[in-house]
Design a binder for this molecule. Structure first.
Ligand SMILES: [Zn+2]
Ligand SMILES: [Zn+2]
Length: 353
């Protein structure tokens, strides 16, 4: 098979690798498309130190089942040719976190696309434990399947914040995770959802899918919010950037006694206005990844084919063009929000749509 190999910072190449085979309890998947994640880009540049030379990345993926390993029973959706996505968290299943349904907090978990020993989704083929294969219907546009993973990150963040119908929600940052958070807030019934995003192309995308936006570079966030459809102080703010600046903004505008969720991971260390938490009794809630249940709930929603999902994909490239796509995205020369890589070729998706 061909695989996109990370050879070191700023160095990706398509290499031939032996075809993997499905062992007992595993499923062999032919990859249709895989999203380039912000974490892949930070790994590619060497910034986050979480990707290693020789590794094949890719954790936001959709494909078709090629073969079932021994002991995997054909069942609803688990048949050769079926369209599936992959829940990338491989957890032990037995520790207290796993038993509590919080598999993403499993101390021995490995994440497909992050763990260097697991050949992942920027390749023609990948092998995944059957329990992590999530069937999707043939009736939806197949490339929506590659969006399940980032959308699940947003869904988990909003449930961590206790989002409900009475919430006025502000999302700080309108990149793919901010978009996922805003769509999750809408799914959970929140009203008055506003996304703060400086980049005009991203604001246009958000507005195209029916979300209110504001430009924080033009007016201070608090003033802008006062004019944003009378939303007033948000009861729930999600920091989908994760810098000192974005967290300060989030705390400054969140209603007293209410909630700020930190899901963005831009900086490993941020400063924090302590009194904005203590005196105003705001709750600062961390959010990372998603549970298996969040992933499957999100897959069900994606399977219903929400129209707005089509707008989230702004670029489509072949495997051969993926190194250049990574470079342009990491350099900021390409401002596209979500770019998908198609190992089998962009045309191969047609049959699945
Ligand atoms: Zn991701
Ligand atoms: Zn565990």
């Amino acid at each position: 098979m061909r695989a996109l190999v990370f050879r070191g910072p700023w160095d990706l190449a398509v290499e031939d690798r032996p075809d993997p085979t499905a062992g007992p309890g595993e499923v062999l998947i032919g990859v249709l498309s895989t999203g380039i994640c912000g974490s892949d880009l930070h790994g590619y540049t060497g910034e986050n130190g979480r990707r290693f030379p020789g590794q094949v990345m890719g954790h936001e993926t959709v494909g078709r089942i090629v073969a079932l390993g021994a002991g995997v029973e054909e069942s609803a959706g688990l048949t050769e040719g079926a369209v599936v996505t992959v829940h990338p968290v491989l957890a032990c299943g037995t520790c207290p976190a796993c038993q509590a349904g919080q598999d993403h907090r499993c101390p021995t978990k490995q994440i497909i696309g992050v763990a260097p020993s697991i050949s992942s989704a920027f390749a023609d083929l990948m092998v995944v434990p059957a329990a992590n294969v999530v069937p999707l219907p043939d009736t939806m546009p197949a490339d929506y399947g590659a969006l399940v993973e980032p959308l699940a990150v947003g869904y988990h963040a909003l449930t961590r914040g206790g989002c409900g119908p009475d919430d006025r929600v502000l999302i700080v940052g309108g990149g793919p995770i901010g978009q996922a958070c805003a769509l999750a807030a809408a799914r959970l019934g929140a009203k008055g959802i506003v996304v703060s995003e400086p980049h005009p192309g991203r604001r246009a995308l958000l507005e195209d899918i029916g979300l209110a936006t504001l430009d924080p570079t033009q007016v201070p966030l608090a003033d802008a919010l006062a004019g944003a459809g009378g939303a007033g102080s948000p009861s729930l703010v999600v920091d989908a950037v994760g810098s000192s600046r974005s967290l300060a903004d989030a705390l400054a505008v969140c209603d007293e006694g209410e909630r700020v969720v930190l899901v963005g991971m831009h900086e490993p260390q941020v400063s924090i206005q302590a009194y904005a938490v203590s005196i105003a009794e705001r709750s600062l809630v961390g959010s990372y990844c998603y549970s298996g249940a969040d992933f499957r709930t999100t897959a069900e929603w994606v399977a219903s084919g929400p129209q707005e999902l089509g707008r989230l994909v702004e670029g489509r490239v072949s495997l051969a063009d993926a190194p250049e796509a990574f470079r342009a995205l990491a350099k900021g020369e390409d401002g596209s929000s979500k770019v998908l890589v198609f190992p089998a070729g962009i045309d191969a998706m047609g049959s699945a749509n």
